[in-house]
Design a protein around this ligand. Structure first.
Ligand code: SF4
Ligand code: SF4
Length: 438
């Protein structure tokens, strides 16, 4: 598939003719992180790829061993097995959440990918380099271009031209694409005031979120107003950079970080609110992108201390009782980057429990990744499909009619899986359910 060629390498890469020993440069997986792994294996049952394959190399412990081997010069950075495992990993951080040694796995996998991408760059074809650059550095960083692309997708969906996508090798992307609504929520410095406001919230609109899920943003704004926060949507903001960081382009991640930090500082807002778990996790981890002696490190640290998922904000304030009941069986799909990376698990359940009539039915393996993981469902379609089927099976067992979640990637992946399974269950952001009840 065409899209697979642009971002990470294929699952079984060809042997490299270039030998690269050890890590080098700015973004290095630190020995101080991988040396804390005591090889206990407690993370294995929380790793989606290990659950699917029962293979040690597809487990967190196996991958940490591989990273250590490269770091100590015993394994080639571009050896096919290493490259394949670094990209088969979902970066879902399920391992990190249960590790008794506190291994910060995200601090290993993301620099490891950056190392691979830097070493592979000279080997990429000219066209592949241009295409990768366009996708990561042009499309995702330019919200106007993202809106233009979304408009084309909307026209294709309205005229059923999207069926043609299969002919050109974009069938998987077309099957996953959410219905694009006609009106994106464009950040134009607009401000929404609350009664008896107690502070100012900066709303991060994101790249995909503002074109594919504007209704979630509108629900977020209304809920923040109910939480007595004025809301501003500064125009000078950008993509959080998570897609680039996961794809091994940490320089672009730094660019986006500097832009968003500046935007927040200029806004003089009290809190930076995000309603996409993957973005929130990247925004909170901006300090990791800068060396301790870089002046941006301190700014990133101050910034990250003000970042909150909207669920954290609403859970922390004293919301009145909802006005309306919602008579529905709801199950909650935990976004990995909310549960594992940000460790926010109880707050969404507490908020859902506020809604009269709503019956929360827990699904099995709610923290196991659904296979979305940024663009993983496009770059590793086989494993993504297995994980999607696993998740849809868990949802169907609950007989819930609504799947609540808090991340666009999960919403797209689970919704597509439910569609394929001909289920009538629908996916909603937690904040949409709350807004409907209020
Ligand atoms: S749980 Fe932590 S210490 Fe144990 S094997 Fe996994 S990463 Fe290593
Ligand atoms: S990040 Fe997720 S997929 Fe990768 S090793 Fe950890 S649990 Fe497994």
């Amino acid at each position: 598939m065409y899209v697979r060629r642009l971002l990470p390498p294929p699952l079984q890469p060809q042997p490299s003719v270039v030998s690269v020993r050890g890590f080098s440069g700015a973004d290095v997986p630190e020995a101080s992180i991988y040396d804390t792994c005591i090889r206990c294996g407690l993370c294995l049952q929380n790793c989606p790829t290990y659950l699917e394959t029962s293979t040690e190399t597809s487990s967190p412990r196996g991958r940490i061993s591989l990273i250590r081997s490269v770091g100590e010069g015993d394994l080639d950075l571009l050896s096919p097995g290493f490259v394949a495992q670094m990209w088969e990993c979902l970066d879902c951080r399920g391992c990190e959440a249960v590790c008794p040694s506190g291994v910060h796995y995200g601090g290993l996998i993301e620099p490891a990918r950056a190392q691979i991408e830097a070493a592979r760059l000279p080997q990429r074809s000219f066209f592949s380099r241009i295409a990768r650059r366009f996708l990561l550095r042009t499309l995702f960083t330019n919200l106007g271009l993202m809106r233009f692309a979304a408009a084309l997708v909307r026209i294709a969906q309205a005229t059923h031209l999207d069926a043609l996508a299969r002919v050109f090798g974009f069938g998987a992307a077309a099957a996953l694409a959410p219905r694009v609504p006609p009106h994106p929520l464009v950040p134009r410095d607009q401000r929404y005031d609350a009664q008896n406001a107690q502070g100012l919230a900066f709303l991060h609109v994101g790249c995909i979120m503002h074109v594919a899920f504007p209704s979630v943003h509108l629900a977020t704004i209304r809920m923040l107003q109910r939480a007595r926060l004025n809301v501003v949507l500064p125009s000078y903001q950008g993509c959080c950079g998570a897609i680039a960081i996961h794809a091994g382009d940490r320089d672009l991640g730094r660019e986006m970080a500097r832009r968003n930090i500046e935007a927040f500082e200029r806004s003089r807002a009290d809190v930076y609110v995000v309603n996409a778990a993957g973005c929130g996790s990247a925004l909170k981890e901006y300090p990791e992108l800068f060396a301790a002696d870089d002046p941006w490190h301190a700014r990133a640290r101050d910034f990250s201390l003000r970042v909150r998922d909207v669920i954290e904000v609403l859970d922390a304030v004293d919301l009145p009782q909802p006005a309306r009941a919602l008579d529905a069986a709801v199950t909650y799909q935990e976004p990995c980057h909310l549960a594992n990376a940000q460790r926010v698990t109880a707050a969404p359940r507490r908020l859902l429990a506020k809604i009269p009539g709503l019956r929360l039915i827990e699904m099995r393996e709610s923290t196991i990744c659904c296979g979305s993981a940024g663009v993983y469902n496009l770059t590793q379609p086989a494993m993504a499909k297995r994980l999607q089927a696993r998740k849809v099976g868990a949802v169907l067992e609950t007989h819930a009619t609504i799947v609540a979640t808090a991340n666009p990637g999960c919403a797209i992946q689970v919704e597509a899986g439910l569609r394929a399974a001909k289920s009538s269950a629908r996916v909603r952001h937690v904040v949409e359910l709350l807004d409907a009840a209020y």
